[in-house]
Design a protein around this ligand. Structure first.
Ligand code: NDP
Length: 451
């Protein structure tokens, strides 16, 4: 049996022992399709048993979160932290609050995070966590009580050299403030156990913007390397949260045209392109009011050119670049076909694993270039890594310094994808490049421990 057979047997065993974990299996398949063919060509350098170890999380922590609602009732939610792999540094990855989450989601996200964090070149392992708590419709005191109860449990498992959570869907500056304040109270320690903190209490400049800005830096570098530019490119974005709004802000700064934003209820469209003022208003509304696009659309200081559609399909229309920035598997095969029909030349995955397997296949058989999430959206965790470094040094860097570091990290990730994803004829498969570059870095450390 060759290494391919051994790895396929390991994969089969994993799937038989984790039945029903479809998102996790999808993430593993996406990475291992490339890794297996690469390892097969370099068989003497790799041990399949060490690779097999990479498929299993180090630890899955599950706890109950009991908190009191505004009526005095006792509510209970489930909390998770998946500490997937700390081969190259302490576990690092966000916390998600969404009613639909399950252990499957946190395993897929923790697995992805391991290789994404490796791509940044910083010493960070991979983890992910959160809860099935639904923040929508909850009052501010309810959110605070939930976050504090969540941290009461989570605090036993995290720390600056152990596991350093950050934000994700449903967890922004407000929630991280409540969590860090409680962590500090519980442990008596003011140190970098969380990132994404407010700048007045140890947070890094640019962390809030980093995932969106990093996405644009990545995209811009890919275009430059193809003798092209962002200026004038028509972009369709989904989502109306942290990633999509800061991505829009940077796109507009680069003179690209942002045509759409969306949330779970509808699509907000501007045929001429959103203005910087409209995006700034949306960011402010999102941070202070935590509502939906349909509540915002009439309250912007400038509503000219905007059209809101209840439901609606964000991928309708004509554009050059599709940037899904909402959630996993939001682009299925039919939507991939709509994106191809729209004339898009680039699928820029800003959300984590936003395309189903069938959608990825559809892009592969078209001329749409697929830029993978683990590389595209690594800017967020990269600046989290820089926040951790600043906390450890007891220093606070300027926005300019952090932004320069972010640009340089994103440029290095583009280069790593190109070096590892070059195809015959000079074209680059960025997805393969990201998978192999991330894998090689994690494997090297794991081989030192187990090889
Ligand atoms: P936010 O919570 O700030 O925003 C998410 C946006 O996506 C909201 O507009 C939300 O709409 C929409 N959305 C979420 N779930 C769904 C769904 N099931 N169907 C339709 N719309 C949905 O999250 P972020 O912007 O932080 O995260 C977006 C994506 O980027 C996620 O995949 C996340 O994992 C990834 N990411 C985030 C990073 C970060 O630093 N924040 C770092 C790296 C990746 P609604 O409010 O109506 O639910």
């Amino acid at each position: 049996m060759g290494i391919r057979d051994n790895l396929e047997a390991h994969l089969e065993h994993l799937k038989s022992t984790t039945q029903g974990e479809h998102n996790f299996h999808q993430a593993v398949d996406e990475l291992f399709d490339d890794v297996i063919s690469y390892v097969e060509q370099n068989e003497s350098e790799y041990n399949d048993q060490v690779i097999n170890r990479m498929l299993y999380p180090d630890r899955v922590i599950n706890f109950s979160v009991a908190w009191v609602d505004d009526e005095g009732g006792l509510q209970v939610n489930q909390g998770w932290r998946v500490q997937f792999n700390n081969a190259i540094g302490p576990y690092k990855g966000g916390l998600r609050l969404h009613p639909d989450v399950s252990l499957d989601d946190f395993k897929f996200l923790g697995f992805e995070q391991t290789f994404k964090d490796a791509l940044t070149g910083l010493p960070m392992g991979g983890g992910k966590g959160g809860s099935d708590f639904n923040p929508k419709g909850r009052s501010n005191p309810e959110i605070r009580r939930f976050c504090q109860a969540f941290m009461t449990e989570l605090s036993r498992y995290i720390g600056p050299d152990q596991d350093i959570p950050a934000g994700d869907i449903g967890v922004g500056g407000r929630e991280l403030g409540y969590m860090f304040g409680h962590y500090k109270q519980l442990t008596g320690k003011f140190h970098g156990a969380l990132t994404g903190k407010g700048p007045s209490f140890g947070g890094s400049c640019i962390r809030t913007e980093a995932t969106g800005y990093g996405t644009v830096y990545f995209l811009e570098q890919v275009l430059i390397d193809q003798d092209d530019e962002l200026k004038g490119k028509r972009c369709a974005l989904s989502g109306a949260g942290n990633v999509s709004l800061y991505c829009s802000q940077k796109l507009i700064e680069k003179e690209a045209v942002v045509l759409t934003l969306s949330d779970s209820q509808g699509v907000l469209r501007s045929e001429e392109g959103f203005t910087q003022e409209q995006i700034t208003d949306l960011i402010e509304l999102k941070e202070t009011n935590h509502g939906a696009l349909k509540d915002y659309k009439d309250t912007l200081s400038d509503t000219s050119g905007l059209k809101y559609t209840e439901g609606g399909d964000v991928w309708d229309g004509e554009y050059d670049i599709a940037i899904p920035s909402a959630t996993q598997n939001e682009v299925d095969e039919a939507e991939a076909k709509a994106i191809i029909k729209a004339g898009a030349k680039i699928m820029c995955q800003a959300a984590n694993m936003p395309c189903t397997k069938a959608a990825v296949e559809a892009f592969k058989s078209s001329d749409v270039q697929n830029l993978p999430s683990k590389a595209v959206n690594a800017g967020g965790v990269a600046v989290s890594g820089l926040e951790r470094a600043q906390n450890a040094m007891g220093m606070s860097w300027t926005s300019e310094k952090v932004d320069d570091e972010l640009k340089s990290i994103m440029k290095n990730i583009v280069k790593a994808c190109q070096d590892n994803g070059k195809l015959e004829g000079g074209k680059v498969d960025y997805s393969r490049g990201a998978n192999i570059a991330g894998f090689k870095r994690v494997y090297k450390a794991m081989a030192a421990y187990y090889g």
